[in-house]
Every structure is written in C-alpha cells, then in structure tokens.
Design a protein around this ligand. Structure first.
Ligand code: DAH
Length: 346
C-alpha cells in the first residue's frame, strides 16, 4: 500500500464507526495500530528504501498514524458521550411527579397531658420521679397501710407475676420509694434533729389492673403527688390542686369539691371533683383524683417521725384528664393506635 494514500485513514474511520462497543473498537484499533496492523506493516516496508525515501515515507506514515489515532480518539469520546446519555436517560427523574409526603410524628394525647401535668407542678416547685412498674407487695400495699385482707390484693384486681411480684396497681408506691431516698439523702440532718428539706414530688407512669371496659383499661396511667414537711396542711392540698386544675384546663372559673372518702394510706381522705362553668360538661361533678393527709403509718414507713412530719398526697388519672380536656368518651381509643383518631391531636 502506498503510505500517502489517505484511504487508510478513511478505512480506519469507517471501521471505528462500525464498532458498537469499546471492545469492538479495541479490535478495530488493532487492525490499524496493532503489532501486526497496517501502520506497522508500512513501517516494515521502510527498510527496503533509501535514506531519502525513508524520510519522506516515514513522515507520511506518521501523518497517517496521527490521522488514525485522532479518528480513534474521536470515536472513543463519541462512545463515552453516548454511554453517559444512556445512563442519564435510565436514571432520569420525573420532577413533575407530585411528591410523596412523609408522615410527621407527634406526641400521643396522653403524653401531652403528662407533659402538661409535669409543667404545671414544676411551676409549683415539684420534682418528677420515676419508678418500677413491677413492684413488691411491700411498696404497693403493706407500706401504704393496706391490710392483708384488702380487696385490692385479690387476684381479681391485681396482676401477679412470678417471684411474688405484681404489676403496680397505682403510682402510690412511689410515695414510699421517693421518700425513703429523700430521707437517706438527708440522713445526717435528720439524725441531728434538724429539719430536712420538704418532699415535693410527682410520679407519673403506667399502672395495671384486671379491668377492661369503655372507661377502664388493664394498662392505664396515674400521676401521684406528695408533699411532706413540718407545716404542710390540708389547706395546702386544696390550694395546690385547685391551682393545678385551673392551669391544666385553662379555666379560672372551674370549681372544685373535696368529697370525704376512704383510702388506707390517707386520713382524712377526699375524692376531688371538678365542675366546668360552661361547655359541654358544664354543671356535672367530675371525679379527677383521690387525695388525703398522709396516714401516720405511711409517714413512719417513709422513715420519718409522724409526730414531726405531715403532709398530703394525691393520685390522679392522666387518661381521664385527657378525656375531659378533649371530650373523648371511650378510653380504649387512646390505646388502639388508630391514626385516624391520634392524628386529630397533632
Ligand atoms: N392510689 C389511689 C388509687 O389508685 C389514688 C390515691 C388516693 C392516691 C389518695 C393518693 C391518695 O395519693 O392520697 O385509687
């Protein structure tokens, strides 16, 4: 072949164009630029030529080689562009599609009530304590002055678990647990006959009873309150609980009634009822808590001298408070986990 013949470049271009893949292209390249390719062949032919001719031919072969290399490079770029184009098309996003919204989480209405209770009591100087849901007979009953034959102790009302433990039937055991810790912390003051700082605490949490209907669930919530000091009276209970109700329900005109009742761990005891001046529940007495002056036996079980320390306790149901606040009439709705119900509180 005559090296001056540009046809070689045209042939190479054609072969490169026909290559459908990078592998094809490499094969085509070998035909022209490889060890046994056309350019090498031409180079070999140079040895038979004179020096002058070698120079001229050599320059021409180099030009051809360059032309082929350019054609190869061009085809490579073309293939890369085509591949990129293919990829982009395959991964294309349709930005005109409507978006898929994500569910926004939120607090359960009873959790919102718990937070609200904590906030209001914190504003009156109460701290928050947490305790175990699996309790001993001592903390749940005996320490709270509840006699051995009390009906609350029957299998009928209480979930007993292995090892003589039970699921706490109320948050009242936290009165003892918290007070005992408090007394331990201030032991040196007490031992010296000095005054210890007052106990002022609430203890919200889950409680359990063998019970299930529209207003009772086997798992429910309670929030205990306890204030123990040397000068704490029933009057303080009335002030604290009245303030709480007014703040919780955001109603200054709310009225409260302390109705005589009985609890083993308080003496005297009172059930607390509230009445809204207006709205759908107006004019009805609604029970919201049990309360009373802490029984001397209970004060003793806290590790304190009932002749010196006195106070009050109360226990309320955050589930019921939530029902009253939002006008929900079936407690079970709170625990079914139906988003159509729960979303309404967000
Ligand atoms: N623990 C009682 C219950 O579950 C509620 C209660 C009543 C708590 C009077 C108290 C209290 O602290 O003083 O029914």
């Amino acid at each position: 072949m005559n090296a001056s013949n540009d046809e070689l470049v045209t042939h190479a271009k054609l072969a490169f164009d026909q290559a459908k893949s990078p592998a094809d292209l490499e094969n085509a390249k070998a035909l022209f630029l490889g060890k046994t390719g056309r350019i090498t062949e031409l180079m070999k032919g140079l040895s038979a030529l004179s020096v002058e001719e070698k120079k001229a031919q050599g320059a021409l072969i180099n030009k051809l080689k360059q032309g082929i290399e350019e054609a190869l490079q061009q085809r490579r770029l073309e293939m890369q562009a085509a591949e990129l184009d293919r990829q982009l098309r395959a991964e294309a996003l349709d930005v005109t599609l409507p978006g898929r919204s994500r569910h926004k989480g939120g607090l359960h209405p009873v959790s919102m009530t718990m937070e609200r209770i904590e906030k209001v009591f914190a504003s009156m100087g109460f701290e928050v304590a947490q305790g175990p849901e699996i309790e001993t007979d001592w903390f749940n009953f005996t320490a709270l002055n509840t006699p051995q034959n009390h009906p609350a102790r029957s299998m009928h009302d209480t979930f007993y678990v292995e090892g003589g433990h039970l699921l706490r039937t109320h948050t009242s055991p936290m009165q003892i647990r918290h007070a005992v810790q408090h007394v331990k912390r201030h032991k040196s003051l007490i031992d010296q006959g000095l005054s210890m700082p007052e106990i002022r605490v609430i203890a919200p949490g889950r409680t359990y009873r063998v019970d299930s209907d529209a207003t009772h669930s086997p798992m429910f919530h309670q929030c205990e309150g306890l204030w123990i000091g040397e000068q704490v009276s029933f009057k303080d209970l009335k002030v604290v609980f009245t303030n709480f109700c007014k703040m919780f329900f955001e109603s200054e005109d709310l009225i409260l009634r302390f109705r005589p009742s009985f609890f083993p761990f308080t003496e005297p005891s009172a059930e607390i009822d509230i009445q809204f001046p207006s709205g759908p529940l107006a004019g009805r007495w609604l029970e919201v808590a049990g309360s009373g002056q802490v029984h001397p036996n209970v004060v003793r079980n806290m590790g304190l001298d009932p002749e010196r320390y006195i106070g009050f306790a109360f226990g309320m149901g955050p589930d019921r408070l939530t029902m009253l606040r939002y006008g929900v009439n079936d407690l079970r709705l709170f625990f079914d986990g139906d988003l159509r119900f729960l979303n309404q509180f967000q």
